[in-house]
Design a protein around this ligand. Structure first.
Ligand code: NDP
Ligand SMILES: O=C(O)C1=N[C@H](C(=O)O)C[C@H](O)C1
Length: 252
């Protein structure tokens, strides 16, 4: 018999690599019920007709904004792992939410606890080193570069260095092949590697006189994202408005 107190959860991108892991995790959780799943070509209305309370989105940067607009307009909370959120997109989400004050949206560049902590460690270390660069390494089916995690890490590092009055990393490069020094995210160099067999990995390399520090995180399986996603699913109903990152849910 169905548990009437279980939270009714939907998954968008349910046939995808992460979507499948999230469906399994929801199925295995006694307090959650997998109410509806949607993948490419399916109608979003199933979330409304099934009484879904929270939808998890792991789809594609090109479609996630349309999904979010639908969910917010229909009063359904959202937990979003899909990447591609710049300041303009976050502002658009806030605008939609302003018309639906009881709806909560959580958007997180990375739901793995180790990744969240590694971003924090990088942010804390950034002001103590002359040089800092970010290298992210992923499977070759990834659509976006740099990764959402690397983009966020670089911005946190840049903010920490600016607040401490630390300038850009020294770099004497005067001639280069296009892209050889990576992308410039707020003055921090970010390098993207795509290699078959990888899942999701990141290194932050810091260096100063006579020493280097490497902060590395590895997601070796997509189940690494599930605990953070389920935490978001359970919490987002009591957090109206936009939450970026799972840090506040972890009391970080
Ligand atoms: N925040 C985090 O912790 C993490 C974020 N991600 C991000 O999540 C996203 C998905 O990653 P991943 O699972 O690896 O990607 P996949 O390509 O494996 O999965 C995406 C799924 O979404 C489907 N899809 C595409 N368009 C739509 C649509 N309009 N409606 C519903 N479903 C759709 C795809 O179908 P089809 O294949 O037919 O196109 C596919 O089944 C990426 O942006 C990735 O960067 C990934 C891991 C962790
Ligand atoms: O596409 C992926 O796989 C991942 N995407 C997220 C990102 O872009 O940061 C999170 C994680 O790195 C896996």
């Amino acid at each position: 018999m169905a548990d009437k107190t279980a939270l009714r959860v939907g998954v968008l991108g349910a046939k995808g690599k992460v979507g499948q892991a999230i469906c399994d995790a929801v199925d295995a959780a006694a307090d959650l019920e997998l109410a509806a799943t949607v993948d490419k070509g399916d109608d979003l209305d199933v979330f409304v007709t099934s009484g879904t309370q929270v939808v998890v989105d792991f789809t594609h940067p090109d479609v996630v904004m349309g999904n979010l607009q639908f969910l917010i307009e229909n009063g359904i909370h959202a937990v979003v792992g899909t990447t591609g959120f710049d300041d303009a997109r976050l502002e658009q989400v806030r605008e939609w939410l302003a018309a639906k004050l009881d709806v909560g949206v959580l958007i997180a560049p990375n739901f793995a606890i180790g990744a969240v902590l590694s971003m924090r460690f990088a942010q804390a270390a950034a002001r103590f080193f002359d040089s800092v660069e970010v290298i992210e390494l992923h499977h070759p089916n990834k659509a976006d570069a740099p990764s959402g995690t690397a983009y966020r890490t670089a911005r946190l590092i840049a903010e920490a260095r600016a607040a401490a009055g630390v300038g850009r990393s020294p770099d004497a490069t005067s001639t280069e092949l296009d892209g050889a020094r990576g992308a410039d995210v707020d003055g921090v160099r970010v390098h993207s590697v795509r290699v078959a067999g990888l899942v999701a990995h990141q290194e932050v390399l810091l260096g100063t006189q006579g020493e280097t520090l490497t902060i590395r995180h590895d997601s070796i399986d997509r189940s690494s994202f599930a605990p953070g996603v389920l935490l978001g699913v359970r919490e987002i109903g009591s957090r109206p408005g936009l939450t970026v990152g799972i840090d506040p849910l972890l009391d970080l």
